[in-house]
Design a protein. Sequence first.
Length: 195
Amino acid sequence: MRQPTEVRQEQIKQAVLGIIYTDGLKNLSTRMLAQRIGMSEGAIFRHFPTKQSIIHSIITDVQRDFIEHLRKIATSNELPQKRLEHLLCFTVKYLTDNKGITLLLFSEASHNNDEELKQALMQIFNTQKKMVSKVVLDGIAEGIWDENIPVENVAMLYMGIPVSLNVELILNKGVLDTSNFCSRMMFLINKMLTR
């Protein structure tokens, strides 16, 4: 049975992430991709004109599915502590559900020296930092957190948490108990921010 184009495109993108995660970006080939999803290489190119267009489509998904959800959390009416926790927990869940996304973003942008991809990655990174900074500034304005805390440094430190999680996921071949990861990290962040 023939699948709708959207379903096939999603299967292709998930297979790309899977291959990158298990075998590395350098081993990503259309032949391996075709084998992974059970279709011909020609059929893949009917859905995406180039391998690079698959990568760009994944980046668009990240901007739509990940960044927009983070934006909703950051601008919600919840208390700053809850928003920061939800930002972190959603990030952890997104990265563990989409193994390979971070490897793809960083290695593809630097490996192929793709300026468009680097710009998209920079935008994703900076947007995350801005959202974290906004939440921290809201907490400072509400008198919850110390106004002497350098917000830019907090945002940068926060951005290191998902990177560390990814390193652990890679080193542990995707098997990592993240059940209390979020609460442990939030405990530390809150301790750092509190007056």
